[in-house]
Design a protein around this ligand. Structure first.
Ligand code: GLC
Length: 651
């Protein structure tokens, strides 16, 4: 019955489409895909906006937006869509290895980045997240996440032509381009904000705008503060408008109001616009925040999920080859929901940041134990089949310690004291720590804090180089490689962060810049020193040691089909608190089985081979480490793993 109703609704909408759309040739796939997704799209749109008097007109506009962007989609991109529809699990392959980078920090601008693609290829990178490139007010940019114009590239970084040339060059090299879409907010200098400020009701309705503090105060009761030091509270008084506006992040980032369907349609249009400029993957920023409800933290609301499902279904019609990454840095039980619940195929975002794993890895380094890491992975809810993690060690943001208190308890620590220890360990307040991090987002009311710093500086390379301690340098390099081996082998897409491949240290220049000095995240957003990068060719140098080892690991990963993310990972309880071990099998190829083991301790550790055999692994004497191609050392039926060492073992 509903099918019929939905059919006739669809026919009504199609009949009312603009002539310009109707007379377009080559719309066959659009209509087929719209037919297949219409029921879902209409139901979701109705759930969100069904009570509005302009519902039908907005629904019409939604379909027109999809159609117009389909018309603008190039033949090449349409062909890619078809290929990916046929091979719809293509992104689960182990062959993808990513890197996130700021184009200006990496290579001055977009043209520079294009000319340096060979460097990324040399390392084995074939997915590049180009950090925000859009026009932002200088000095009030939040690192590119306070967008003034969603269709204009920051002049200092390049032009739209440069993006097109970059995506074209990347596609020729079989590389994937990832771009950001900042869904939750705009800069207060965005045209919509300016018009709202000038009194246009239509644009005030794009945001959460209030005449007085009554409602803001009610919201504040349950909303946490994201940037408590620089931007306390969640509302900002706008003098010109004479009103309060919701600003969950910085006070110059105005939250968009998705209870207004016009906002959703505008943002869908922007998503499709960047899909049409060749983005293979779109990183949807701050998705947990998309729906606001008084009395809640205004994160992870059900409607935020409905919005993402709707955006996904619409993208499925116009640009089905394009994937979404959920940037949802939320509790482990919440994060897997961003893949889409109760669905066999991911119905929201195909990829999500694995912030839990990231934070747990840092816990293991500080404690030299893998206990909390083990528990945290164990309690990570299972994910859907056609969905995968983005596994990372560092990114442009701070490290938040967002693991579960109950896991911390189970690992034998007191949660608040343990978090305090980690912050102290990484920010120089712990005597035995070589780390050189900076605190970020310290909240005096709650005692919370997060950590900034580059991978190399956090694992002690900076202090080791400064003191000329060769042994400490070796240790830092070993930890860098151990952590990388963990993200490269976990299952999912590893995402390296630019500069880490050559051991880039903290950059303290931000302290001299008025617009940055309050935000310690700039300490780990470096400009690459290309003379230093050249040292990757000089044997013995730190750069050579890290780059060469990573390059090897990446190449080996790409050959191990069990690392493709078909949910074949089994976490192993190896009864040694310093070791993390998991095994991967490839459901498509039974003979491909790999056991990964990493030692987080500063002394060598043993793994009982008898126990492994009882678990069904390995005949003694037949084990090979795939990273080196050699048999690992065995003594008294024990596998010996050096301090901060790791193996990827197979028979
Ligand atoms: C995301 C970005 C972060 C930014 C925030 C607000 O979390 O990764 O850098 O500050 O969104 O846009």
């Amino acid at each position: 019955m509903y099918e019929q109703v939905s059919h006739s609704l669809l026919n009504d909408i199609l009949a009312k489409l603009d002539m310009e759309i109707i007379k377009q040739p080559k719309m066959r796939y659009f209509y087929t895909r719209l037919g297949a997704n219409f029921y879902a799209i209409h139901s979701l749109f109705e759930l969100l906006y069904g009570n509005r008097s302009d519902f039908s007109a907005q629904m019409q506009k939604l379909v027109e937006t999809m159609a117009r962007q389909y018309i603008d989609r190039s033949d090449e991109l349409r062909a890619t869509d078809l290929e990916r529809e046929k091979e719809h699990s293509w992104f689960l392959s182990q062959k993808w290895v990513g890197m996130a980078l700021y184009s200006d920090g990496f290579a001055e601008d977009l043209q520079g980045l294009k000319s340096k693609l060979h460097y990324l290829q040399e390392l084995g990178i074939n997915m590049v997240h180009v950090m925000p490139v859009l026009d932002c007010p200088p000095g009030k940019s939040d690192g590119g996440y306070a967008v003034r114009d969603f269709r204009r590239i920051d002049e200092r970084i390049g032009s739209l032509d440069d993006i097109d040339a970059l995506s074209e060059s990347m596609h020729r090299r079989d590389m994937l381009l990832t771009l950001d879409v900042v869904l939750n907010h705009t800069s207060d200098e965005h045209e919509w904000a300016q018009r709202a400020r000038n009194g246009e009701q239509m644009y005030q309705d794009y945001y959460y705008v209030f005449d007085n503090r009554d409602i803001p105060d009610m919201f504040e009761e349950a909303m946490p503060e994201i940037f408590p030091e620089t931007s306390p509270g969640n509302f900002t008084w706008d003098e010109t408008m004479g009103k309060w506006v919701m600003t969950s992040f910085n006070n110059y980032q105005w939250d968009l109001n998705y209870s207004n369907p016009s906002v959703l349609i505008e943002m869908l249009d922007i998503i499709l616009y960047w899909a049409n400029h060749g983005a293979d993957i779109l990183r949807l920023d701050a998705v947990a925040f998309l729906w606001k409800k008084i009395g809640s933290t205004c994160q992870n609301e059900r409607e935020a999920h409905l919005i993402l499902q709707l955006l996904k279904d619409c993208c499925q019609v116009t640009a089905p080859g394009v994937l979404f990454i959920a940037e949802a840095i939320v509790a482990p039980v919440e994060v897997t929901k961003y893949f889409g619940e109760d669905a066999i195929n991911a119905k929201e975002c195909e990829i999500a940041y694995n912030a839990t794993y990231m934070a747990l890895l840092w816990d293991a380094v500080a404690t030299k134990k893998a206990e909390l890491l083990y528990r945290g992975i164990k309690s990570l809810p299972a994910k859907l089949e056609r969905a995968t993690w983005l596994n990372y060690i560092r990114c442009h943001d701070d490290i938040g310690l967002g693991f579960d208190d109950s896991d911390i308890n189970l690992a034998g620590y007191e949660p608040a004291a343990h978090r305090r220890f980690l912050i102290d360990y990484y920010t120089g307040n712990y005597t035995d720590s070589p780390a050189r991090g900076r605190p970020f987002g310290q909240n005096e009311k709650t005692g919370d804090a997060r950590i900034s710093g580059t991978l190399a500086s956090l694992v002690g390379l900076e202090s080791a180089i400064e003191s000329g301690d060769e042994h400490a340098i070796d240790i830092a390099i070993n930890i860098i490689l151990l952590l990388n081996s963990m993200i490269l082998s976990f299952g999912g897409i590893p995402l390296l962060y630019y500069g880490d491949e050559i051991g880039t240290l903290n950059d303290y220049n931000y302290q001299d810049d008025d617009s940055k000095q309050q935000d310690s995240r700039w300490v780990h957003r470096p400009s690459i020193d290309w003379d230093k990068a050249e040292l990757r060719n000089r044997p013995g140098s730190v750069e050579f040691r890290i780059f060469t080892a990573l390059k090897k690991l990446i190449a080996v990963r790409k050959e191990i089909s069990a690392f493709a993310d078909f949910n074949g990972r089994e976490l192993l309880d190896v009864s040694n608190p310093h070791l993390l071990a998991y095994a991967h099998s490839d459901p498509r190829n039974n003979s491909s089985r790999v056991l990964v083991v990493g030692n987080f301790d500063a002394t060598p550790q043993h793994l009982d081979l008898d126990m492994l055999q009882r678990m069904g692994f390995f005949k003694l004497g037949c084990i090979k480490d795939l990273c080196t191609g050699e048999s690992p050392p065995i003594f008294n039926d024990q596998l010996a793993i050096p301090a901060y060492g790791f193996y990827w073992l197979s028979e």
